[in-house]
Design a protein around this ligand. Sequence first.
Ligand code: C5P
Length: 219
Amino acid sequence: DDKKTLEGKIVLITAGPTYEAIDPVRFIGNHSSGKMGFSLAEEAAKRGAKIILVSGPSSQVVKHKNIDLYRVTSAKEMLNKVFEFYENVDVAIASAAVADYAPKEVAKEKIKKNDENLTIELVKNPDILKTMGEKKNHQFLVGFALETQNEEENAKGKLEKKNLDMIVLNSLRDEGAGFKNDTNKIKIFTKTEKTEFDLKSKDDVAKDILNFVEAQILK
Ligand code: C5P
């Protein structure tokens, strides 16, 4: 009974956090659950698309048979996996919470504690979405922005800077929004439009996002 509105389309989705190793047992990470990306993948698959889901460490599981899940750990691994497929996708949605920095060196052995403080030097990670924007030719490119201040301005700035077609803003100021919750409250920006949505389950938010994407790509 599902309408196959995305039949024949290939959709690439990044999800979850990334973990950046410090030593064999420790990492720098974040609280992203991966729920938003996995909900998007399920909904797009129900609509007939073939899904390439590249996820960092997450306890979410895939149900639909049209979803190919690739599990990665670090931002660099996510970047490499994404660019194995990017050229051939119709839509790319970056919902992963990629770590902005990674330890410059990964210790080969577990770092031992002593009485001194410990300093870990961090280097910038690649910006996966920005790279997708630079290499964009036919893809419809969607980013996320999770902001705590100057939300709309920052979201619109990212739309421009990363060469996106659409950006989904969620504010940490909104009750029930953000990345650990089962609900989310979003605003969608394109270069010309702004649309606000109510607080909903992430499954329903995924429907809103994909309805919006469909309206843009089929226009
Ligand atoms: O610049 P900022 O991290 O706020 O941008 C968020 C958007 O960029 C999200 O869509 C996120 O998935 C993507 N991103 C990425 N690679 C990074 C950082 C962010 O793909 N290294």
